[in-house]
Ligand binder design. Structure first.
Ligand code: PGA
Length: 256
């Protein structure tokens, strides 16, 4: 259980192109002490190419916040996985709850996006799952996680060196300023791991999957998420927009 951990920044639609370039520069200057792809940043589509140029020569990985499931064609407004790779991305967030809420993305679409990303060599999908407040309140969390995993991942073939990241993001914790209790996250991750074990077998899950937590992680609460058995990293929103706070978060999770 000594997996390399990962800390991923989701900048969402919170920065202009100029602000994204500035933050990328700051991150490049401050994050000099990490191994390749331990820290990943996900700017908006518009900023990806410029940010990619800026982080050249650093160990910082690059990701996108969404992808379309087709490769090429008449799909106005969409971007494919191979286009993202060409622009410098290795990682892609899939099915973020904000897209499920505002753009009606569902797990059928998420499944297709996942397959499209897996079809491009060396790309790593970050599949988001997580219950809403009502589901948690009525004790349906475990079932919801099980069902979302089934819908997103059933029928997926995991190649030997393929990496897949599952991000557990309880919807009610995202952007709320309050993360869930680390012990609850650890337990939810255990449910996710057991479900994946059932679907893919323990060895595949151990070697090919990471399960990370996202939802209001910040400099004050991150310490509780370090050293937990089932947490392989973090997906960070608001706190990743401040390079010093994000560095603190990354240090707490990635450094002993
Ligand atoms: P947050 O966002 O850290 O601002 O809650 C996390 C996410 O949505 O990935």
């Amino acid at each position: 259980m000594s997996k390399n951990k990962i800390v991923i920044a989701n900048w969402k639609m919170k920065l202009t192109l100029a602000e994204s370039k500035k933050l990328a520069q700051d991150v490049k200057e401050k994050f000099t002490n990490f191994s390749e792809d331990e820290v990943v940043i996900c700017p908006n589509f518009l900023s990806i190419c410029e940010v990619n140029n800026i982080i050249q020569g650093s160990t910082i990985g690059l990701g996108a916040q969404d992808v379309f499931w087709e490769e090429l064609g008449a799909y106005s407004g969409e971007v494919s996985a191979s286009m993202l790779k060409e622009a410098g991305c290795k990682y892609v967030i899939i099915g973020h709850s904000e897209r499920r809420k505002f753009l009606m993305e569902n797990y059928e679409m998420i499944h297709k996006e996942l397959k499209a990303v897996l079809a491009v060599e060396n790309m790593v999908p970050i599949v988001c799952i997580g219950e809403n407040w009502d589901e948690r309140k009525t004790d349906r969390r475990d079932y919801v996680l099980f069902e979302q995993l089934q819908q997103a991942l059933t029928g997926i073939e995991v190649k030997d060196n393929q990496e897949i990241i599952v991000a557990y993001e309880p919807i009610w914790a995202i952007g709320s300023g309050t993360a869930i209790e680390p012990a609850e996250a650890d337990y939810a991750h255990k449910i996710i791991r057991l479900t994946l074990n059932d679907m893919f077998g323990e060895d595949v899950v151990e070697n090919n999957f990471k399960i990370i937590y996202g939802g209001s992680i910040n400099k004050d609460n991150v310490v509780g998420f370090n050293g937990l058995d089932n947490i392989d990293g973090l997906l960070v929103g608001v706190a990743s927009l401040n390079p010093d706070e994000f560095l603190h978060v990354a240090n707490k999770i990635l450094k002993k």
